[in-house]
Design a protein around this ligand. Structure first.
Ligand code: ZN
Length: 340
C-alpha cells in the first residue's frame, strides 16, 4: 500500500500481538514467560540483563527498565527496532502479518465505546496522529511508568530504623531519593499484578514537619486500583493464606519475616477495585488473614473488609492483644505464631 495511505493505528495495534512481533524478530525463545508477562534482554538497546525488558501480554505493551527507560505498544516497538516512524511501523505490521486494512477499519468502527467524541466519517478519513482518548476513562488502569528512579540511596538510616534488612531494601527496590518529584523522601515502587511499576510512593523519612504529608503519591495515580506487593503475593502457593495489611512497611516487614504472601491496601479501607483484585487471585478454598493496625481506623476497616471478602474466601481477622500495635512491629517469632 502507498506510504501516504491512511492507517488506523488503533486498529493495527489491536490486531497485532506483541508475541507475534517478537516471534517475527526471532526473539520469543529468548524470553521467559511468567503468568501474564514475558521478560528478557532488551532487543532495542541490545542489552544482556535477562529482566530488563518486560512485556505484559494482556496489555500488549513492553517496557525497558534499563538503558531505553522507555516502553510502549507494538507499534512503538517496531518503530524503535526499525528506527522508523509509527506510521511506517504500522505499514510494516500490515505487511508482515498480512492484515486487511478494510476489515480492521470495519471492526474498529463496530467497536462500541469509541473514545472519539465526534462520530466517525470515513469519507473524511485522513492521516491523523495516533488516536489517544481525549479524556481518561474512569476504569482505566494506572499505566506502567516509562521511567525508573535510579540512584536511590539504599543505605539511608530511616530504612534501617524501620528494621528493614539490606536484602529487603534491595528486594523491594526502596531507597532515599535526592532529587525530582520524590526528593527528600523514601521512594517505594508500587507494581501492578504483572510486575510493572505504576508509581512511586514517597515516604517522609521520619516525622514530617507540619503541613507536610507523611506520604506523597504522584498526581493522577489512583492507589485504590492497586495492592502493594500483589505481583509477588500471587506467585506464592495457593494453599498459603493471603495476608492483608495497611502499609508498605507492614508488608515489607512481614515479607522479611517469611510471610511473603502479603499485600498492603495503602490505607485502612478496601476499595471495590482492590476487592476485585483479591477475588481474581483467590478461590473458594483460599484463606485470607486481615491484619490491620490495632487502632480505631484499623478496627473499623477490618470488619468491613472481612464482610466483603468472606463472600468468596475463608477470612480470619487478626486481633492484636495490645492497643496501637502495627504488623510491622511484629518479630519473626510473632509472625510465625500467627500462622502456626
Ligand atoms: Zn532497552
Amino acid at each position: 500500500m502507498p506510504k501516504n495511505q491512511f492507517v488506523d493505528f488503533k486498529a493495527v495495534k489491536a490486531a497485532v500481538h506483541i508475541e507475534q512481533v517478537l516471534q517475527h524478530y526471532g526473539l520469543l525463545d529468548r524470553f521467559k514467560r511468567s503468568g501474564d508477562s514475558l521478560s528478557g534482554p532488551c532487543p532495542i538497546h541490545k542489552g544482556t540483563n535477562p529482566t530488563q525488558f518486560r512485556v505484559s501480554i494482556s496489555k500488549n505493551v513492553w517496557n525497558c527498565f534499563s538503558e531505553c527507560k522507555n516502553g510502549g505498544n507494538v507499534l512503538d516497538f517496531i518503530a524503535r527496532m526499525e528506527n522508523i516512524s509509527i506510521h511506517a511501523a504500522a505499514l510494516k505490521a500490515i505487511e508482515w502479518f498480512q492484515l486487511d486494512p478494510a476489515e480492521m477499519a470495519a471492526a474498529s468502527e463496530a467497536e462500541p465505546n469509541q473514545a472519539d467524541d465526534a462520530p466517525r466519517n470515513r469519507s473524511e478519513s485522513r492521516p491523523k496522529p495516533d488516536s489517544k482518548p481525549a479524556t481518561p476513562e474512569i476504569t482505566k488502569p494506572n499505566p506502567p511508568l516509562k521511567f525508573r528512579l535510579d540512584k536511590l540511596d539504599r543505605n539511608h538510616a530511616y530504612l534501617t530504623e524501620r528494621g528493614l534488612t539490606p536484602e529487603t531494601i534491595q528486594d523491594f527496590e526502596v531507597g532515599f531519593c535526592s532529587k525530582g518529584m520524590m526528593a527528600e523522601r523514601i521512594a517505594i515502587p508500587i507494581r501492578d499484578p504483572d510486575g510493572n511499576v505504576v508509581a512511586y510512593a514517597g515516604r517522609w523519612p521520619g516525622e514530617p514537619p507540619e503541613d507536610t504529608p507523611k506520604y506523597k503519591l504522584p498526581q493522577g495515580f489512583r492507589k485504590s486500583l492497586e495492592l502493594f506487593n500483589i505481583d509477588r503475593a500471587i506467585k506464592e502457593p495457593a494453599d498459603k493464606p493471603l495476608v492483608i495489611v495497611e502499609g508498605f512497611f507492614d508488608a515489607m516487614k512481614l515479607h522479611q519475616h517469611g510471610c511473603r504472601k502479603v499485600v498492603a491496601l495503602m490505607g485502612s479501607t478496601m476499595s471495590a477495585a482492590q476487592e476485585e483484585l483479591i477475588r481474581k487471585h483467590t478461590d473458594r478454598n483460599s484463606h485470607v488473614i486481615v491484619m490491620l493496625d490495632e487502632d480505631e481506623a484499623g478496627r473499623f476497616g477490618r470488619e468491613d473488609i472481612a464482610v466483603h471478602l468472606s463472600r468468596f474466601a475463608f477470612v480470619r481477622v487478626h486481633v492484636f492483644g495490645e492497643k496501637d500495635t502495627q504488623p510491622d512491629q511484629l518479630t519473626a517469632e510473632e509472625v510465625a505464631a500467627v500462622f502456626a
